[in-house]
Design a protein around this ligand. Structure first.
Ligand SMILES: [Ca+2]
Ligand SMILES: [Ca+2]
Length: 304
């Protein structure tokens, strides 16, 4: 094995000389030791002082100006504080205003009794109780306050029933006095009187003829075939079963007949050759012409 070789730096690298030793230089002392002169302080020239003063003044002016003109920015209005969130409330229910107070009314006055009016005459009123209603008195020229208008001893109603004029002293028929008119049916061969002021619905050929008063009442004459010549009573008994039937006796023309009262309906029934004649008066309306109805029954003639 080769021997280990140790290399050293040749002296040539040092120039063959011993390295030069540099002496340590003491730091100069600066005038701290009394008696030893110190360096003279550098003197500041007036020009430098002036420039420095101007610079300071300039900086002061500029700074003050900046401070002054930025004051508004610094004093910016405070940001308004957001309003606290208000929880929406449901719309209030509109409450109607209270009703105005109604002033208290004065106490009611005591009821005033209506004036008492005189009693109104009814249609059937017979003021003088002579058998003729006041309305009928107007039909025959008699006075409603005088029972015997012509003072002949017979009441007005009695005279009309017997076809006489109640307002004439001399014996005089209603027809002759002009208070009654004769209706003649040549077709059905009968005659009947009726008050002159009344109107007629129907003619001589009509099976039904209606005699009408100015006050709305009417008397009806009906002609019914009677081929078997049934009697008036037999006809009434079979056709007006609920009626009260009574003999009419013989009328002023000598004609026998019956009277049938069925409620408010009054009927006079006559029998002719081949026909039955029914005279009807419905009294439900007013019933002011009962005596006139009887007068008409008494006037019926049948021409056989
Ligand atoms: Ca009378
Ligand atoms: Ca008389």
């Amino acid at each position: 094995m080769p021997d280990t070789i140790i290399h050293t730096i040749p002296d040539a690298y040092y120039g063959g000389a011993v390295p030069k030793k540099v002496p340590h230089k003491e730091a100069p002392e600066i005038g701290l030791i009394p008696g030893k002169p110190t360096k003279t302080p550098r003197k500041i020239s007036p020009k430098v002082l002036f420039i420095s003063a101007v610079s300071i003044l300039f900086v002061a002016v500029v700074g003050g100006s900046v401070w002054y003109f930025t004051r508004g920015l610094r004093e910016a209005p405070a940001v308004p504080t957001p309003a606290p969130e208000v929880t929406p409330t449901p719309p209030a229910v509109e409450v109607p205003p209270p009703a105005p107070e109604i002033p208290e009314l004065p106490p009611a006055l005591p009821p005033v009794a209506p004036p008492t009016l005189p009693a109104q005459p009814t249609a059937t009123q017979d003021t003088d109780s002579d058998g003729l209603s006041d309305l009928e008195e107007n039909l025959y020229g008699s006075q409603s306050s005088v029972p015997d208008t012509d003072n002949d001893g017979f009441l007005d109603g009695h005279e009309v029933f017997n076809l006489y004029n109640p307002s004439g002293i001399a014996p005089e028929r209603l027809e002759a006095a002009g208070f009654a008119v004769r209706f003649i049916s040549s077709t059905y061969r009968y005659e009947i009187l009726y008050p002159k002021p009344w109107t007629i619905a129907g003619d001589i050929a009509s099976r039904e003829v209606i005699f009408q008063s100015a006050t709305g009442e009417s008397i009806l004459v009906s002609v019914i075939d009677n081929p078997e010549n049934t009697t008036a009573r037999a006809y009434a008994a079979s056709n007006f079963q609920s009626a009260e039937i009574s003999d009419w006796t013989t009328n002023k023309a000598g004609l026998p007949g019956i009277f049938a009262k069925e409620g408010a309906t009054l009927r006079g029934v006559f029998a002719g050759q081949g026909f039955i004649y029914v005279v009807l008066y419905g009294t439900a309306v007013e019933g002011a012409y009962k005596r006139t109805f009887e007068m008409m029954l008494n006037s019926v003639r049948i021409m056989n």
